[in-house]
Design a protein around this ligand. Structure first.
Ligand code: FAD
Ligand code: 2HG
Ligand code: ZN
Length: 483
């Protein structure tokens, strides 16, 4: 990959312009004049520390108008930019590849309005997901998205990646929940589609292009989103199972018996739980060890009714030998503790140095076969094992079972060409053969750029390129990424 020479290189004059434009000097993290390389490092490298750019400038606009002025100037000057939220993305989309200017939304962090009757929240894109959810909790509502990175990711970043997360099976995707978007196009045009209408059939629904667009056609500055009532009663159960067959049976039973109160059905294989146990030193929630575990959450309005339902469900699945053992959280602390066994996996996997990550949609019946096939493949090739001489530590599978979304992760001690060659294109071909998607919820960024063809045909790619060219004719918006 080479730097596109059509893009201008940052000069003192540009920096001076931005300093004047944004007022306070602090809006510019590192101009050419100051050596603040330490400061800038965290904006240049991603959460996994896998991708690293070399920007010399981070801009932190405080208003939609700021974003508009910045982009207008960048477009005129042919300065390439990268929109950045909480920088928790897992496909290298939020950091520069070369010297693109980072436009970080962290200062655009105001809740604009909340309507208690409709449950519609309007907020700046830079509001941190957990902050938005805490605000909504006070109003007895819930943000219809939750994920492990909630303490750092921003709602604008969530929308830009069309994040799925832990409760999609209950609340649905952002494509349905986001009602409006305010975004700035590369030429500085403000697209005000910040509708708070639930229904609005007036032509093309252009905001959908920004949902999951990964910052390639504009910068989202505000969103309006419909938020459900927060459930009074939350219950969590964690259980161990002997096979993936049993996991599928448990899922059918959960839908059958817990139906409208089911809010999460998550899958963790035994190896992923072993890794959480090894890295954190936390003891397993259950006595014995099992090849598979599931975490079920229910959210409803009647605590007694819900616990009874869950209790009955657990008794039933244990009696019918679908589930081997299970535990029910008895209070908030235990609920949170059980969730750490699921939410903590990602971070723990990074413990040895690196991770090859695959975020896949697959038909549920074959979902775990891929993990077995990949593990066999790496084992046969002699690259996975317990001591330092092996590049790979383990192959694990976990994910959002309720959405048929598998996270296949290969934890490694070092990134290794041999391991990489064994994994790719093998994984992508496997997914294509089973009519899956190479990205269920993380997006493509730079990590999956070369593989989009496994999930989209030539016609689709051509149409996407046409959209990109229409919105961003100079190509300044998050270049070198998937499009
Ligand atoms: P960033 O990482 O900053 O950016 C992501 C992409 O969006 C980039 O391409 C960037 O250019 C673009 N972007 C960011 N803000 C804007 C904006 N305002 N306008 C236009 N483009 C923008 N993802 C899931 O889907 N489900 C999960 O369960 C999940 N769990 C995670 C758990 C952990 C521990 C971690 C580290 C990540 C997880 N992720 C998950 C991935 C990540 O958190 C999400 O993709 C999240 O939505 C990214 O938000 P962000 O603000 O950090 O965006
Ligand atoms: C999750 O569900 C996230 O925990 C992260 O989507 C998955 O790290 C991963 O591969
Ligand atoms: Zn996930």
């Amino acid at each position: 990959l080479q730097r596109n020479s059509n893009f201008a290189k940052l000069t003192q004059e540009h920096v001076k312009h931005f300093q004047e434009l944004l007022g306070s000097e602090s809006a510019v993290i590192d101009g050419l004049s100051r050596d603040a390389s330490e400061d800038i490092e965290s904006f240049n490298s991603d959460w996994m520390r896998k991708y690293r750019g070399q920007t010399k400038l981070v801009l932190k606009p405080q208003s939609t108008q700021d974003v508009s002025s910045i982009l207008k100037y960048c477009n005129e000057q042919k300065l390439a930019v990268v929109p950045q939220g909480g920088n928790t993305g897992l496909v290298g989309g939020s950091v520069p590849v070369f010297d693109e200017i980072v436009i970080n939304l962290q200062r655009m962090n105001k809740i604009r309005s909340f309507d208690e009757v409709s449950g519609i929240l309007v907020a700046d894109a830079g509001v941190i997901l957990e902050v938005a959810d805490n605000y909504l909790a006070e109003k007895k509502h819930i943000f219809p998205l939750d994920l492990g990175a909630k303490g750092s990711c921003q709602i604008g970043g969530n929308v830009a990646t069309n994040a799925g997360g832990l409760r999609l099976l209950r609340y649905g995707s952002l494509h349905g929940n986001v009602l409006g978007i305010e975004a700035v196009l590369p030429d500085g045009t403000i697209m005000n589609d910040l509708s708070t209408l639930r229904k609005n059939n007036t032509g093309y629904d252009l905001k959908q292009l920004f949902i999951g667009g990964e910052g390639t056609i504009g910068i989202i500055t505000g969103i309006s989103i419909i938020c459900p009532r927060r459930s009074e009663a939350i219950n969590v159960a964690y259980f161990g199972l002997e096979s993936y067959e049993q996991v599928q049976k448990a899922f059918i039973e959960a839908k059958n018996q817990l139906s409208e109160i089911l809010s999460a059905f998550e899958l963790m294989d035994g190896r992923s739980q072993k890794i959480v146990n090894t890295v954190t030193g936390k003891k397993f929630p259950l006595e014995g060890e099992y090849p598979f575990y599931c975490l079920i959450e229910t959210s409803g309005s009647n605590a007694d009714h819900d616990s009874e339902k869950l209790q009955n469900f657990l008794e039933h699945v244990i009696e019918s030998s679908v589930v081997s053992d299970g535990v029910l959280a008895e209070n908030k602390t235990q609920i949170q503790d059980l969730w750490t066994y699921r939410e903590g996996i990602s971070e723990c996997l990074g413990h040895w140095g690196g991770v090859y990550k695959y975020d896949l949609s697959l038909p549920i019946s074959v979902l775990y076969d891929l993990v077995n096939d990949v593990r066999d493949r790496l084992t046969e090739a002699g690259v996975v094992g317990n001591d330092d001489s092996f590049p790979a530590v383990d192959v694990v599978g976990y994910g959002h079972m309720g959405d048929a979304n598998l996270h296949l992760n290969v934890a490694v001690r070092r990134y290794d060409k041999k391991v990489e060659k064994l994994l790719e294109p093998f994984v992508y071909e496997w997914v294509q053969r089973h009519n899956g998607s190479i990205s269920a919820e993380h997006g493509l960024g730079i990590a999956k750029k070369a593989y989009i063809g496994y999930s989209r045909d030539e016609t689709m790619l051509k149409l996407m390129k046409q959209v990109k060219d229409l919105y961003d004719p100079n190509g300044i918006m998050n270049p070198y990424k998937y499009i």
